[in-house]
Write a protein of this length. Structure first.
Length: 79
C-alpha cells in the first residue's frame, strides 16, 4: 500500500551539457538509495513547452516501451 510507505523524498537532476543546452533532460531519483524513477526531455519545434516522459533512463523515444506520455504547458505558460 503506498500510504504505508509514508513520505518519499526525491530530487531532480538536470542535464544541460553538450546538445542539451536548449532542450535539457531531467531525471527524478529517490533520495534514499539514489534509485531512478523517471526522466523527461523538452521537445523541440513546439509553440508551448512540451516534455516527453519515460521510465527508462536515457531512453527518450516515443516508440520505446518505456514511454509514459507527454506533458504540455498551456499557451500562457501558467499550467
Amino acid at each position: 500500500c503506498p500510504r504505508a510507505a509514508g513520505v518519499v523524498q526525491c530530487y531532480i537532476r538536470r542535464n544541460r551539457s553538450g546538445t542539451n543546452k536548449l532542450f535539457p533532460e531531467y531525471a527524478a531519483y529517490m533520495k534514499e538509495g539514489d534509485r531512478f524513477l523517471m526522466c523527461s526531455k523538452k521537445r523541440p519545434n513546439n509553440k508551448t513547452s512540451n516534455y516527453l516522459i519515460s521510465m527508462g533512463e536515457n531512453d527518450l523515444k516515443r516508440t520505446s516501451p518505456n514511454y509514459i506520455g507527454k506533458l504540455r504547458a498551456n499557451f500562457a505558460g501558467t499550467e
